[in-house]
Design a protein around this ligand. Structure first.
Ligand code: CP
Ligand code: NVA
Length: 308
């Protein structure tokens, strides 16, 4: 028996990929989207385990439906469904799940757990959101932007609000897809310095400000997210106070290009980070973003499971 072991094709973070691979994943995603339900089922007989240590609507349903459409199936584990919830180590869980499943997706409160899972699993591991990043979302977002406005390269995306996990993956994408990224956050909730240093070291075109109006000037797309991410509830009041000047409303959108898109990964907190007028307005593409989670993740699954 051969002892050769190939490294699984994980999908942990956008910054770990070259642009060509990310582009291949997205073109495949678009082809699958165009083909509708009629495409091939290359993952017949394959199983994806989905581990959720935090709530989810879009990620859970899109991975389950996507796997089914590719011919495979899923096993879903909530935080109390497995021995992980009772202290079995991530490493042992990774070793065991690798004997049953062809890939593992995890949504977790700790990026370190994702990395351990990837280190000890012998099958691909996919990041379904951690406290640090949300790469599947931003693959879907780049796809959505390009469907509406053509190549994202050279365009300006403005992030307004909390410098959170979703913002971090946008920053990764700005470097890899070569677009300008303006980030407006309060000082207290800025993106971590190491991310900005990485983007600068990669010649990213990144502008940081505390003023929302400055970030949106000239923007082709304005993006925001909740002010209180999962796990941040203990500082909810402070967040609502410090983030209130960063609401995306009609007045702020008026400062961006007239054809600027509005994006939000959802779930939205209407009246907090975004007003009804913006999220329900004609510049908003949030439902397309949500749909594209399905298509982008089918591209990611095809990459991880080598059926691209
Ligand atoms: N945007 C996103 O990841 O949504 P869920 O939390 O519903 O999965
Ligand atoms: N930043 C949010 C994204 C939810 C999809 C959170 O982590 O809760």
């Amino acid at each position: 028996m051969s002892t050769l072991k190939t490294t699984p094709k994980h999908f942990l973070d956008i910054d770990q990929f070259d642009t060509a691979t990310l582009r291949t994943i997205l073109s495949h995603a678009s082809e699958l989207k165009k083909a509708g339900r009629g495409h091939a089922k290359p993952l017949t007989g394959h199983t994806l385990v989905l581990i959720f240590e935090k709530s989810s609507t879009r990620t859970r349903v899109s991975f389950e439906v996507g796997m089914q459409q590719l011919g495979g199936n899923v096993v879903v584990l909530g935080s109390q469904d497995s021995q992980l919830g009772r202290g079995e180590s991530v490493a042992d869980t990774a070793r065991v799940l690798s004997r049953f499943a062809d890939a593992i997706m995890i949504r977790t409160d700790s990026h370190q757990k994702l990395e351990w899972l990837a280190e000890y699993a012998s099958v691909p591991v996919i990041n379904g959101l951690t406290d640090d990043s949300h790469p599947n979302q931003i693959m879907a977002d780049v796809m959505t932007f390009e469907e509406h406005r053509g190549p994202i390269e050279g365009k300006t995306i403005a992030w307004v609000g909390d410098g959170n996990n979703v913002a971090a993956s946008w920053l990764h994408a700005a470097v890899k897809f070569n677009f300008k990224f303006n980030i407006a956050t309060p000082q207290e909730f800025r993106l971590p310095d190491h991310l900005i240093e990485w983007a600068n070291s990669e010649d990213g075109d990144i502008t940081i400000t505390n003023i929302a109006e400055n970030a949106v000037t000239g923007a082709d797309c304005v993006v925001t997210d909740t002010w209180v991410s999962m796990g941040d509830d203990d500082e909810r009041d402070k967040r609502l106070e410090l983030l209130s000047p960063y609401q995306v409303n009609n007045a702020l959108m008026a400062g961006a290009k007239s054809e600027a898109l509005f994006m939000h990964c959802l779930p939205a907190h209407r009246g907090e980070e975004v007003t009804d007028t913006v999220i329900d307005g004609k510049q908003s593409v949030v439902w397309d973003e949500a749909e594209n989670r399905l298509h982008a993740q089918k591209g990611i699954l095809a990459y991880c499971l080598d059926v691209l």
